[in-house]
Design a protein. Structure first.
Length: 202
């Protein structure tokens, strides 16, 4: 599951008590606004990675929770965090690898430059190919612009139905891309302006 949470500290109890979140194997939360002093503990899950704000809460960040049994099933797991910045904005990226599965969660701040986005695409293209790859996140742009920015991306295609909005404003800015078939649902919750994306692949 991916959800732009629009402040994890503000909505933490809603996440921790919502079965839509806690029934997932991997929970990726974007735009977390977290500081390194914040503490989050979810029973049955490991907070595997996080990218926090530096000193002041701003619209950036990502947190990844993974169910304990998933980490036990894939003991050679790895997770890498990257933050790409310019004067206009930030891309927060977490790359989780579980054997032949790679899940990349990201949050793109609204005014990030196309040059920073191109850096992300270049880095993504350099990653080792695996049979099941997923790129999921809030791209903060129209589907047409997102598709143009992602056009150089190798192997992955958009799986989301771009005709269906993912925000209460009727925009489609939260997307899933993959190199395999994906079952995808948008869920309605009260935690933020965005709908969570719940996806499953066999």
């Amino acid at each position: 599951m991916y959800h732009n949470i629009q402040s994890l500290s503000k909505h933490w109890l809603q996440v921790a008590n919502d079965n839509c979140f806690t029934s997932s194997d991997v929970i990726i939360l974007g735009e977390t606004w977290t500081l390194h002093t914040d503490d989050f503990s979810l029973p049955g899950f490991t907070l595997l990675s996080r990218i926090d704000c530096d000193t002041t809460r701003v619209a950036q960040g990502i947190c990844v929770f993974v169910r304990h049994c998933i980490l036990q099933r894939f003991p050679s797991w790895s997770c890498l965090n990257t933050r790409l910045d310019d004067t206009r904005g930030t891309i927060s990226i977490s790359r989780l690898r579980l054997d032949d599965i790679i899940i990349v969660g990201l949050y793109v701040s609204p005014k990030v430059s196309s040059a920073v986005f191109a850096t992300f695409v270049d880095e993504q293209n350099q990653q080792h190919w695996v049979p099941r790859q997923f790129l999921i996140g809030d791209f903060n742009n129209t589907p047409q612009i997102i598709k143009t920015l992602l056009e150089p991306l190798q192997n992955l295609t958009v799986k989301s139905d771009i005709s269906k909005p993912t925000t209460s404003a009727g925009t489609t800015i939260d997307l899933v891309l993959s190199n395999t078939d994906v079952n995808l649902w948008c869920l309605h919750v009260m935690t933020s302006y965005h709908e969570p994306l719940w996806c499953w692949a066999s």
